[in-house]
Design a protein around this ligand. Sequence first.
Ligand code: ZN
Ligand code: ZN
Length: 196
Amino acid sequence: MTTHPTVTREQWLQQAILTLTPLFHTKGYTLPKCHVSCGFASTDVKRGHIGQCWGSKASADQINQIFISPALSDSVEVLDTLMHELVHAVDDCRNKHGPEFKKMALKLGMRGPMRNAEAGPELKIKLKELAITLGPYPHAKLYVPKKVIDRRPRARAKCSVCGFTVPMLKAFIHFGPPICPKDKIDMAAIGDWGES
Ligand SMILES: [Zn+2]
Ligand SMILES: [Zn+2]
């Protein structure tokens, strides 16, 4: 059988989890049941999150929820990201990217800084093979602009003598920079003080 029946993105992703399960088993890890879908998990698109896993405590049915960014469409890239999120799921998102995460990730063949841990060369080959058996990911890449909001540096005041720095509240910006509590001199306005 080489034909792939029409599947939705979620069906493909669920199938992908089943396909990745043996990789976890051979290293002694059991995958919990996971919801998985294509979508933004947070509105923080600016930081370029490509995947996210929410722990069982965050979910009403106590099942981990994984989201794969719609900016990803390459099957291997999706599998790679899914693999990373599944490591969080095994850990139930308890240890972020700490030593426990790192231990598992390395054992599974992942490399790089843990925050962005991805498949090392050997695992990559396996993922490429698995991607062929899964067929193409039925999703059209979404072009998500990296920078959605123009982030101007917020208004702050800084003492030129001791370096003491405070953020300014918009409502009091017209008061001008405050006086340094230590040096009793006018602090300098830094960042964006423009009215908007
Ligand atoms: Zn992560
Ligand atoms: Zn000062």
